[in-house]
Ligand binder design. Structure first.
Ligand code: SF4
Ligand code: SF4
Length: 427
């Protein structure tokens, strides 16, 4: 079967015919394999999801079948798909109703409820490693408070098989939703350094999950058109628009970075990417006068740009500033480079609910983290393997994470939100 299904000239129709042949022979296991091949090649086609749903139903995986048929209907609604939806719901619902229309209504309302409960904003660190030297980031080689050695030595690239397994777990347990969630492939690492980055993207694409990532643009990536269909947004993080600014922060060759950005925009657009590109320009004291040149560069490329305050990235780094434990030298550096004059005026509203409670953050070991800011070495940094948790367990663990009380007490939980609210603008 592999030979018939895997050739580069195999069409959608060839694979559907192959699937039907398997069904005629009552060979459900091979039919299920044919449906996988369909999704590997044609995951943006509603018919591939329709076939997948039938295969999953016939191999006794009705919950997954329901999610697959719902996705097919989202891509394109057909009467066949609605009939399949009713069939699957009949298996799942303990009432064994025979009213097709009622089964469709109940199934769709169940699916929408699952979407509403799923995490929408997901940060999955696929590369715990970063090659930049940023002094105000826990991962940066020149971090001003020194690097957390325990944290740095445990950093790695996500294992491809474990990533696949984890994504599958998140979908089948409705922790994330195909319609509502976007998986961002970074936290404090450079995703494009992952040696199998494109494979990770193909796993998300085959699973019908939309994704985005932020990159420091030090690595030029060529991506196949097949993995770009589900790419939602690409962010280029920039610490200024001059050699001097790059020397101070990222430590990369500025001219090379500009060239990489230009090439990536051109290459990916040519490959069919229709989503957005945006430069996240981090404003420091020393690069304010470079904003205009950066905006011109973005406009010439036809991409967006947003200006945000550069800040202290990481729980310990930020906390050392707020609880006055940062060394004098580090503090002097902060006050000469970061824009900090408004920090003392940031007032946390008494009833503030941390934004991070609604974010799902997973590290490169596929462990659930309380939020984006925590670092290894902190007690209960990891809340455990996420593939062993249900949605309810995840919510519960996040809401009861150990640091939150102290974090809220000193107003750190509100700080990130306050910084974003002071963004200079987006063009
Ligand atoms: S801020 Fe971004 S580019 Fe800089 S070290 Fe941290 S993860 Fe890398
Ligand atoms: S309160 Fe602080 S530690 Fe807790 S989730 Fe929010 S930012 Fe993270």
């Amino acid at each position: 079967m592999e030979d018939r299904g895997n050739s580069s000239t195999t069409t959608l129709l060839d694979l559907v015919n192959l699937f039907n042949e398997m069904l005629d022979e009552n060979d459900f296991n091979n039919a299920e394999r044919a449906s996988c091949l369909l999704l590997e090649r044609f995951s943006d086609q509603y018919i591939a999801w329709y076939v997948r749903a039938i295969a999953l139903r016939l191999t006794n995986r009705p919950k997954e079948a329901l999610l697959a048929i719902d996705h097919s209907i989202w891509l394109h609604e057909t009467s066949d798909a609605l009939a399949e939806l009713a069939r699957i719901w009949q298996i799942l619902d303990s009432h064994f109703r025979t009213d097709q229309e009622l089964n469709q209504i109940l199934a769709l309302s169940f699916c929408r409820e699952q979407d509403a409960n799923a995490y929408k904003n997901v940060y999955f660190e696929v590369s715990g490693v970063c090659n930049a030297k940023c002094p105000y980031c826990v991962t940066g080689i020149n971090c001003i408070i020194g690097r957390n050695i325990e944290d740095i030595s445990a950093r790695k690239f996500v294992d491809v098989d474990e990533f696949k397994f984890t994504i599958n777990h998140l979908i089948t347990n409705s922790i994330i939703s195909r319609r509502e969630s976007v998986v961002q492939l970074y936290n404090w690492g450079e995703p494009c350094l992952h040696p199998h980055f494109e494979k990770l993207l193909s796993i998300l694409t085959e699973n019908g999950i939309r994704y985005g990532f932020s990159t420091n643009c030090s690595v030029l990536k060529e991506l196949a058109p097949s993995v770009l269909t589900n790419l939602n947004q690409v962010t280029f993080s920039m610490p200024g628009f001059s050699c001097d600014s790059y020397n101070r922060i990222h430590g990369f060759d500025f001219e090379q970075i500009k060239q990489n950005i230009t090439n990536m925009v051109e290459l990916w657009r040519k490959s069919g990417y229709r989503g957005s590109f945006i430069i996240a320009y981090h404003v420091y004291q020393f690069n304010i006068l470079e904003c205009e040149a950066a905006a011109k560069f973005a406009s010439e490329l036809g991409i967006g740009i947003s200006f945000v305050h550069a800040s202290l990235n990481g729980y310990n780094l930020l906390r050392s500033y707020f609880d006055d434990t940062m060394s004098r030298d580090a503090l002097k550096k902060c006050s000469s480079e970061l824009i900090t004059y408004f920090y003392k005026n940031v007032k946390r509203p008494a009833n503030y609910r941390c934004d991070q409670f609604d974010y799902l953050v997973i590290n490169e070991h596929c462990e659930l983290l309380p939020c984006c800011g925590v670092e290894r070495g902190m007690p209960l940094y990891s809340l455990g393997k996420i593939s062993e948790m249900t949605l309810e367990q995840i919510r519960d663990k996040k809401l009861n994470a150990q640091y939150c009380t102290k974090c809220a007490e000193i107003g750190m939980d509100y700080f990130g939100t306050a910084i974003l609210r002071r963004a200079f603008g987006r063009f």
